[in-house]
Write a protein of this length. Structure first.
Length: 235
């Protein structure tokens, strides 16, 4: 099959799955902003969203599709990395001068992807496992109601020194995600055909904008709770 056997086909599958995941990250980051709004204004928008996206059939279908998207994206990343290494042969052991026009993120996409995946596993344990999984199975995975996502998130990031460590871990994860997205978005757009001498620089800018917007939404939440935590410790 062309999408599986062709190098271009594999890149296309990886690009489309990556863009799909970026759209989800934008939604997820926007949803997380409700945490800050709730804490400042005393509303309960985040918990309302958690209840809506709990153990409902549409939420479960969405979760399954997202999981498939991540698996496909990561699997094709491994295949393409192995393919590229095999194509280079012994040249990969040579010390290479920095290639003009090839940025750092481009040369380290797989390593950045590994960091992103490890951060995702930690994120799933901290939140999905304690929320949707707990609601589905009835297993008590935390001291909070699974639908009280606000309390679960706040407890993690404002738990003294432990909360500060988690904030710093998430900051490192988000930095890796920014580099991965800043290159990945424009590379995906180029793969699907949106590229020429005029548009190449433009889609690179679009990639940086998407990466900054997406990661910035998560950064706002982390920095906010880091400040809250430090303020509580200094009080």
């Amino acid at each position: 099959m062309w999408l599986k056997d062709s190098s271009i086909g594999r890149k296309l599958v990886m690009s489309v799955s990556g863009l799909f995941l970026v759209l989800f990250l934008l939604f997820h980051g926007s949803m997380n902003l409700c945490l800050v709004i709730d804490d400042i204004f005393g509303t309960s928008a985040y918990n309302w969203i958690c209840a809506m996206l709990g153990a409902n059939w549409y939420a479960l279908v969405g979760t399954a599709i997202l999981a498939l998207g991540v698996l496909v994206h990561f699997a094709y990343a491994i295949i393409l990395t192995i393919q590229n290494r095999a194509a280079r042969g012994n040249d990969r052991y040579a010390v290479e001068a920095r290639q003009e026009g090839v940025d750092w993120a481009s040369k380290n996409m797989f390593a950045l992807g590994i960091i992103v995946i490890l951060g995702l596993v930690l994120h799933l344990y901290n939140f999905w496992y304690k929320m949707q999984f707990a609601e589905l199975t009835g297993i008590e995975t935390s001291t909070f109601d699974p639908q009280n996502g606000n309390a679960i998130v706040t407890d993690l990031f404002t738990d003294g020194w432990c909360g500060i460590c988690y904030c710093l871990i998430y900051i490192v994860w988000l930095c890796a995600l920014w580099f991965h997205l800043s290159h990945g978005v424009w590379s995906a757009l180029q793969t699907i055909g949106w590229s020429n001498t005029i548009w190449l620089k433009r889609i690179k800018i679009i990639g940086c904008i998407f990466a900054t917007l997406t990661v910035g939404l998560f950064f706002i939440v982390i920095i906010y709770f880091l400040g809250v935590n430090i303020g509580q410790m200094c009080a």
